[in-house]
Design a protein around this ligand. Structure first.
Ligand code: HDE
Length: 715
C-alpha cells in the first residue's frame, strides 16, 4: 500500500505540486545538523557541570532545540480551526465565455491545480470531526492569471446578513466564556440566546439541524460559494452567479446517534476517510455548477440576491454543470500545507468580481487581516502553499520573514531609475479591471428592507425535506434546545420555529416538555440599529413562492454506487470461505472496501484452512465506522462470535442506524441472538440472498423506513 500511494503521489503531480517540490526536504541518509549546518553527535543529553550537575547556559544545542520547540505553534484559525486538505485539479467541460472571460472558464484544455480544505467551524483544532456543524469547503485555484480562492461552505446560505455581526455570531456559538464549555457544540444557551434575537440566522440554523451538519464523509458533501458573485465577459457585461460543488458520490449523512459514537470511536473519522480514499486511489470528485442571473433580472425574485441568507431555488434557476474537481494527492506535511494555507475571498481573477453583498464585502477585509496574526506578517503569500504559480512583481518590500531578495534599485512607481518597472499591465495583457457599477447613494448605516424576510426560506427548506429528514430536524432541535438551561430562550425558539412550521414546533415542544408561547416580546429581530424603525424591519408574513425545491432534500441525491463504502465482515476461526469469497468478490467489484473483524487481531483461518489478515479486533472497533455488515456461514465461526457480546452490540447498532445487513447459512444464528431476529422481513436485511440485493441496499445508503423500529433498539 505504501508503494502504491507513493506511486499515486508521483503520478498525480501538477504545476503547483512541482513548485512545492522546491521546498521539500528529506533527511534519508543525511547527517544530523543544527540550523546553522553544524554536525551534531548527541541530541539526547544537555551540557552539564559534571554528570549530576546543573545544566550550563552555554549549551547552544539545547537552546536551539528548545527555543524552536517553544515556538512551534501558531494561533489556530478563530473559526474553521479543524480541517483537512488535499491537492488536485479542476477541468472545464465547455467554455462559458458568454458569461466570463476568466481563463479557467474558457480553456477546456487546462488542468488548473487546486488545493482544497474542508473544516468544521466552531471547534478547536483538536476537536472531533462529527460535531453538528457547518463544514467549510475552501478551494484555492492556482490559475495562470493568478490565484482564485472560492471560500465556501457545505450549506448554500449563511447565518447573518452583514459582516458587522460576525463576531457576535461566533462569540455566541463558541464555548461559554466562564468555563470554555461546550467544545465544538452549538447546543448551549449563548448560541440560542443570539439565534432567537437575530432572526436572520433561522435559515442557516435549520440547515444545521438537518443531516447536512453530520456528513458521512467530506467526499459526500455539496459545496457552495454562498454569496452572489459576478461573472464578467470580455464585453464587460456582468451576470450574477452562485457557485455549487456537486459530489460524484451523492450527499449522505450519518445519524446523530452515530455521530456521537463516532466522535468517541474515531475522532478523526472525516480526516482519515479523505486521506485513505486518496491514498488508495479513490479520488473524490465534485462537479462545479453555476446558477446565472442576468443583471437586468436582479430584482425579479421574491428575495434579494445580495442577501447571503437566501438561496436561489434550483427550481427557479437551474444549476448548469461546467467542470469538475478531482482531489488526487494528499499533502506531504500537514503544518506546511494544510495549516499554513491562507484562503482569501478577495483573491479573484479577471472574469470574476464581487457583488455588494454586505457579508462578502466584510470578508474581503477579514481574511487578509486574520492571516497577519495567524501567519505572522504580510509575507504569508510567500509560504510555498500560498504562492501563486505565476511570477509576482511589485513594490511591496520587507516585513517579517521576507523570503525574496529584491534586486531592483527602486521600490516605488512611477520611476525612471528602474526603467518604469515593474510596469503596469494593459487590459489586452489581461490586467484586472473592477467591473464598473454606477453608485449614487447616501452613506447610511442600515439594513436594506429587502433583507427582512427571515421565514420564507427556512419554511421552503423544511417543506422540501422527506419525512425521515423532517424527523431528524425535529430531533436535532429537541436535542439542542434540551441542552439549554434558560426556559425563556427555549420558549422564544419554539415560537420562532412555529413561524417556520407549526407541526415542527409542536414536535420539539413535546420533546422539551414545554408549550409553544402564543406570542413573544417584540421586536422579533433585534439585529437592527437602536433607532431603526422596528415595525419596518419585522419579518413580513412568510411567502410561498415555491412549494418545494427538489435539490434541498438528500432523498433526491445520487444513490448510484457503493465505491469506497466500508463493509464489516464478522468472522472467527472456521468461517465459510465459499460464502465469504462470493460476497467479497461482488462487493469489491463495485469498489467497496471489505474489512475483516474478528474476536482477536492478527489473522484467522477459514474452513478451507487459508489464513486471512484481520483488519480490526472487535475490541478496537465499532459498527458506526462501517456502512454495512456481512456475516458468512461456518458453524464454528458463528459460535465463537456469539461468545462475545460486542458482536451482538455491533449488529444491533448497525440495525439501529438503518444499515444493510446480510448473512449466509449459519450466519443467521447470530442474527437470532440480536434485536434483528424480530425484523428479518426488513427490506435491508438479507438472509441467503444474492449479493446484488445487498449491494443495491448499500447504494441506498440507509433503509430509513426502519427508523421507527430502530428507535426501540436498546443500543
Ligand atoms: Fe469565514 N473566516 N468569515 N466564512 N471562513 C475564516 O479566515 C469571516 C464566512 C470560511 O480552510 C477566517 O483564514 C468573516 C462565510 C471558510 O482556511 C476568518 C465572515 C463563509 C473558512 C473568517 C465570514 C465562510 C473561513 C478564520 C463574515 C462561507 C476556512 C481563519 C463577514 C461562504 C478557510 C481564516 C480555510 C475562515 C472570517 C463568513 C467560510 C476569521 C468576518 C459566509 C471555509 O478570517
Amino acid at each position: 500500500m505504501a508503494n502504491e500511494s507513493k506511486e499515486n503521489n508521483e503520478k498525480n503531480s501538477n504545476q503547483k505540486i512541482d513548485d512545492l517540490k522546491k521546498n521539500e526536504k528529506n533527511s534519508a541518509g543525511k547527517v544530523f545538523t543544527t540550523n546553522q549546518g553544524l554536525k551534531v553527535n548527541d541530541t539526547n543529553n544537555s551540557l552539564k557541570a559534571g554528570e549530576r550537575g546543573s545544566t550550563l547556559l552555554e549549551d547552544f544545542l539545547l537552546r536551539e532545540k528548545i527555543t524552536h520547540f517553544d515556538h512551534e505553534r501558531i494561533p489556530e484559525r478563530i473559526v474553521h480551526a479543524r480541517g483537512s486538505a488535499a491537492h488536485g485539479y479542476f477541468e472545464l467541460y465547455e467554455s462559458i465565455g458568454q458569461y466570463s472571460k476568466a481563463g479557467i472558464f474558457n480553456d477546456t484544455n487546462r488542468r488548473t491545480p487546486v488545493f482544497t480544505r474542508f473544516s468544521t467551524v466552531a471547534g478547536s483544532k483538536g476537536s472531533a470531526d462529527l460535531a453538528r456543524d457547518v463544514r467549510g469547503f475552501a478551494v484555492k485555484f492556482y490559475t495562470e492569471e493568478g490565484t482564485w480562492d472560492l471560500v465556501g461552505n457545505n450549506m448554500p446560505i449563511f447565518f447573518i446578513q452583514d459582516a458587522m455581526k460576525f463576531p457576535d455570531l461566533v462569540h455566541s456559538v463558541k464555548p461559554e466564556p466562564k468555563n470554555e464549555i461546550p467544545q465544538a457544540a452549538s447546543a448551549h444557551d449563548t448560541f440560542y440566546d443570539f439565534v432567537s434575537r437575530a432572526t436572520e440566522t433561522l435559515h442557516n440554523q435549520i440547515w444545521v439541524m438537518s443531516d447536512r451538519a453530520i456528513p458521512r464523509s467530506f467526499r459526500m458533501m455539496e459545496g457552495f460559494g454562498i454569496h452572489s458573485f459576478k461573472l464578467i465577459n470580455d464585453q464587460g457585461e456582468a451576470h450574477f452567479v452562485k457557485f455549487h460543488w456537486k459530489p460524484k458520490l451523492g450527499v449522505h449523512s450519518v445519524t446523530w446517534d452515530e455521530a456521537v459514537k463516532i466522535n468517541g470511536a474515531d475522532s478523526d473519522f472525516h480526516r482519515r476517510d479523505l486521506w485513505e480514499a486518496i491514498d488508495e486511489g479513490h479520488y473524490p470528485e465534485w462537479e462545479l455548477g453555476i446558477q446565472v442571473v442576468p443583471e437586468e433580472d436582479e430584482h425579479k425574485f421574491d428575495f434579494d440576491l445580495l442577501d447571503p441568507t437566501k438561496l436561489i431555488p434550483e427550481e427557479l434557476v437551474p444549476v448548469q454543470i461546467i467542470g469538475k474537481m478531482v482531489l488526487n494527492k494528499n499533502p506531504e506535511n500537514f503544518f506546511a500545507e494544510t495549516e499554513q494555507v491562507a484562503f482569501l475571498p478577495g483573491h479573484i481573477v479577471p472574469g470574476i468580481d464581487f457583488t455588494n453583498d454586505p457579508l462578502l464585502q466584510g470578508r474581503l477585509f477579514s481574511y487578509r487581516d486574520t492571516q497577519l496574526s495567524r501567519l505572522g506578517g504580510p509575507n504569508f503569500h510567500q509560504i510555498p502553499i500560498n504562492r501563486p504559480v505565476g511570477v509576482t512583481h511589485n513594490n511591496q518590500r520587507d516585513g517579517h520573514m521576507q523570503m525574496d531578495i529584491p534586486k531592483d534599485p527602486t521600490a516605488y512607481f512611477p520611476n525612471s531609475l528602474n526603467g518604469g518597472c515593474p510596469h503596469m499591465a494593459k487590459m489586452a495583457e489581461g490586467a484586472f479591471h473592477s467591473h464598473e457599477e454606477r453608485v449614487d447613494a447616501k452613506k447610511v448605516r442600515t439594513r436594506s428592507e429587502s433583507f427582512s424576510d427571515h421565514f420564507s426560506q427556512p419554511a421552503l427548506f423544511y417543506r422540501s425535506l422527506s419525512d425521515w429528514e423532517k424527523e431528524h430536524v425535529a430531533d436535532a432541535y429537541t436535542f439542542e434546545l434540551g441542552k439549554c438551561n434558560h426556559v425563556h430562550i427555549k420558549e422564544r425558539m419554539l415560537w420562532l420555529i412555529s413561524k417556520i412550521d407549526e407541526n415542527l414546533a409542536e414536535k420539539v415542544a413535546e420533546g422539551l416538555g414545554l408549550d409553544i408561547p402564543n406570542d413573544i416580546e417584540k421586536p422579533i429581530n433585534q439585529a437592527i440599529g437602536a433607532d431603526a424603525d422596528v415595525e419596518k424591519h419585522q419579518p413580513p408574513e412568510k411567502k410561498n413562492y415555491l412549494d418545494k425545491d427538489f435539490a434541498l432534500s438528500q432523498a433526491n441525491t445520487k444513490f448510484e454506487s457503493i465505491a469506497t463504502r466500508k463493509i464489516a465482515v464478522l468472522v472467527a476461526e472456521g468461517f465459510c470461505m465459499k460464502d465469504f469469497r462470493n460476497m467479497k468478490d461482488a462487493l469489491e467489484k463495485e469498489g467497496a472496501a471489505v474489512k475483516i473483524i474478528a474476536p482477536h487481531g492478527g489473522s484467522v483461518f477459514c474452513d478451507e484452512k487459508m489464513k486471512h489478515e484481520v483488519d480490526a479486533a472487535i475490541m478496537t472497533t465499532e459498527s458506526v465506522l462501517y456502512d454495512a455488515v456481512y456475516i458468512p456461514g461456518g458453524k464454528e465461526s458463528v459460535e465463537k462470535l456469539g461468545e462475545k457480546s460486542k458482536f451482538h452490540k455491533f449488529i444491533n447498532e448497525a440495525f439501529k442506524h438503518c444499515k444493510a445487513i446480510a448473512v449466509d447459512n449459519e450466519g443467521e444464528h447470530i442474527l437470532d441472538e440480536t434485536f434483528v431476529s424480530k425484523h428479518k422481513e426488513d427490506k435491508a436485511i438479507f438472509i441467503n440472498a444474492k449479493p446484488e440485493l445487498f449491494i443495491e441496499a448499500i447504494k441506498k445508503h440507509r433503509n430509513w423506513d426502519r427508523m421507527d423500529i430502530a428507535e426501540s433498539v436498546p443500543a
